[in-house]
Design a protein around this ligand. Structure first.
Ligand code: HEC
Ligand code: CU
Length: 355
């Protein structure tokens, strides 16, 4: 998806419209990672998403029936009572007031609205009040302009932009409970296949939960305008089978890899990183870098993308990013650090060791 997103043209081109149209038809193209290129509300893969989808089908059914009845009556009246050449040229009989008809067109819509309201409220409470199992994974999500911080307080992990959750199985429920916070302005966490939108509001913690039913990558997006780069604040949620999730947790809990003394560029790169301002904004565990303004880079190389899903995590993109983040993501809140070419190469060599 981000291949399409890197293009900056605002009016949708035909090639961009095509996947959208396909998605609308229910035939949804997927990218190399097997994720739907257009995150779709029509392919739920989590309990809350299924409940929302079922509710939306019910609402479409009722509103569709209203459309058919109203549209049908209208078409019938237009045809049946159209002006004819043989019509007398005086007005037809005018009828004023009919208690029965007026009562009907007031009471029936009120009943329909009450039914829609009650079913919606029932689903909202069913999702919100679902009991939290002991085995649930807790994640604190912090929205930043324009990236996501993910902390697993019980597991002692901090990462960014790519959330890993265990896949759920009916025999061993393992939902993930998200505590949603914001470091600056309003953001909104939305991974359509996994659940509804929930806002991240400063000083107002919100909660939601998700439980992917099959392993895979689910894409999402910040769904609340939060500044110039809001559109490039993408979300990637990896639902891992239990053993893979356990392995990921273990790898993330390790402190950062120390660069091999043989790798002179990486050793020099670490020095540049620790002595330049990088260390004020980024954390790399086991070094003097303890900044929290930007993403934790301790296991940078375990992520497939950088800068909130906007570019693949390759040495080339890391280099462009460090030279000037604005080339990849205009408006990003990381300054161009004016490093020399040599320093940039060293820093990239160091970052590339951070498995
Ligand atoms: C003023 C604070 C600040 C400084 C200084 C800074 N960064 Fe950043 N950095 C950020 C922010 C904020 C982001 C997230 C930007 C976004 O995605 O919108 C970021 C993102 C990154 C990323 C991508 C991380 C990811 O997982 O997506 C890398 C790599 C990075 N910075 C490396 C560096 C290096 C190397 C330096 C020093 C040469 C540096 N940064 C200096 C704030 C800073
Ligand atoms: Cu946002």
């Amino acid at each position: 998806m981000w291949v399409t997103m890197q293009r900056r043209s605002i009016p949708l081109t035909r090639s961009q419209l095509f996947p959208l149209a396909l998605a609308a038809l229910g035939a949804m193209p997927s990218d190399a990672y097997g994720a739907l290129t257009t995150p779709s509300i029509l392919a739920p893969a989590s309990t809350p998403a299924h409940q929302i989808y079922t509710l939306s089908q019910f609402v479409v059914l009722i509103t569709g029936a209203i459309f058919v009845v109203v549209g049908g009556l209208l078409a019938f009246v237009i045809v049946r009572f159209r002006a004819r050449k043989t019509d007398a040229d005086h007005e037809p009989a005018q009828i004023y007031g009919s208690a029965q008809v007026e009562l009907a067109w007031t009471v029936i819509p009120v009943l329909i609205v009450v039914v829609l309201f009650l079913t919606t409220a029932r689903i909202i409470f069913a999702i919100q009040d679902a009991p939290k199992p002991q085995t649930a994974v807790d994640v604190t999500v912090v929205g930043h302009q324009f990236w996501w911080e993910f902390r697993y307080p019980k597991l002692g992990i901090t990462t960014a932009n790519e959330l890993h959750i265990p896949v759920n199985s009916p025999s061993a429920a393992r939902p993930t409970y998200l505590q949603l916070l914001s470091a600056d302005v309003d953001h909104s966490f939305w991974v359509p296949q996994l659940g509804g939108k929930t806002d991240l509001i400063p000083n107002h913690p919100n909660q939601m939960w998700i439980d992917a039913e099959k392993p895979g990558l689910y894409l999402g997006q910040c769904a609340q305008f939060c500044g110039v780069e809001h559109a490039k604040m993408l979300l990637r949620v990896y639902a891992d089978p239990p053993d893979q999730f356990a392995a990921w947790v273990k790898a993330q809990q390790r402190p950062a890899v120390q660069p091999d003394a043989q790798n002179a560029a990486a050793v020099a790169g670490r020095h540049v990183f620790e002595t330049e301002a990088c260390a004020n904004c980024h954390t790399i565990s086991g070094t003097t870098a303890k900044g929290t303004f930007g993403p934790d880079l301790t296991h940078l190389m375990s992520r497939a993308t950088i800068a909130s899903g906007i570019a693949p995590n390759t040495p080339g993109n890391l280099r462009s990013w460090i030279q000037d983040p604005n080339t990849l993501k205009p408006g990003a809140l990381m300054p161009a650090m004016q490093l020399s070419d040599q320093e940039t190469n060293q820093v990239v060599a160091y970052l590339a060791t951070l498995q």
